[in-house]
Write a protein that binds this ligand. Structure first.
Ligand code: ZN
Length: 293
């Protein structure tokens, strides 16, 4: 059975890349019956029917999958965040980080517009940068017409499936267009298809750039914690998770429990207060969430 990867989903068809060939496939009826939807990024087996048509017969095991956008087997997400206009928004960044951690997608933080910062603002950003790097996140910085953008980005993208995400108006399209100028037209079409236009809502496509694949996802700008249970939230804060192993009680939520290693570390300023505050805020959101039935 030939194998390939779904690169595009559109109007009930899946476009499977197998070497140089792109085969237009339908999903097999049995997937629908079982409630399984093939996703862009899936490695699949397919059956050839006619010239360039086929049917997907099996979906190989997924490494991970996102819901919005619906993409599977993601190696990393580049979170594009502005440092000015709009100002750097750490709580929004932490929200993205938490959701990505919960899906086991590796985040890379890309700070934009750093050329617009004053000396004082730059110092502030440097503090955040040092903190996120200490947690283990990789950070890259860029700005409009950055001559080194390609040098910074290409090694990150090679052989990886990357999801680009971030606030709107932070230079995400500029970034993408710089990476591949001829893409300018194409991303316009994708953005339109992904909700700014009215007709197609489920168009997801992987684009080959710099020896890797990128999913451009305008729909990825806001989401909540609807898949995270309160006991799992600590795992989405890597620096708190490491500490939580020393909490006295298993299942400690680091609220009022005695001998909590996380609270102790916050008091001793070994972890950043704002990260703990965000943890508490997200925990409250999860607790307040309406039960799912
Ligand atoms: Zn604790």
């Amino acid at each position: 059975m030939p194998k390939g990867q779904i690169r595009k989903a559109l109007s009930g068809f899946y476009y499977v890349q197998d070497g140089e060939q792109l085969i237009q496939c339908r999903g097999r009826g049995v997937f629908r019956n079982k409630g399984i939807t093939p996703l862009v990024g899936d490695y699949v087996e397919y059956e050839v029917e006619g010239n360039n048509d086929g049917t997907i017969t099996a979906i190989l095991e997924r490494k991970n999958e996102l819901v919005r956008p619906p993409v599977a087997n993601i190696d990393q997400a580049i979170l594009v965040f502005s440092t000015k206009k709009p100002a750097f928004n750490p709580i929004l960044l932490d929200r993205f980080l938490v959701v990505l951690e919960s899906f086991q997608v590796h985040p890379i933080i890309c700070l934009t517009k750093t050329d617009l910062l004053s000396e004082k603002e730059l110092q502030e950003i440097e503090k955040y940068k040092a903190n996120y790097e200490a947690i283990g996140y990789r950070i890259i910085e860029t700005y409009k017409d950055d001559p080194n953008l390609l040098t910074k980005m290409i090694p990150l993208l090679q052989s990886k499936l990357t999801v680009l995400a971030g606030q709107s108006g932070v230079g995400k399209s500029t970034l993408l267009n710089t990476l591949m100028p001829e893409l300018e037209l194409k991303t316009g079409i994708i953005s339109e298809a992904l909700g700014r236009g009215k007709h197609t809502t489920r168009h997801v496509e992987l684009i080959e750039i710099a020896g890797g694949l990128i999913a451009d996802t305008p729909g990825f700008s806001s989401f909540d914690f609807d898949r995270i249970e309160k006991e799992e939230l600590t795992q989405c804060f890597p620096e708190l998770f490491v500490l939580s192993e020393s909490c006295k009680f298993r299942g400690c939520l680091h609220l009022k429990e005695p001998k909590c290693a996380v609270k102790k570390a916050v008091e001793e300023k070994k972890v950043e207060q704002y990260r703990y505050d965000h943890y508490l805020q997200f925990l409250q959101e999860i607790i307040d969430r309406k039960p799912r039935y």
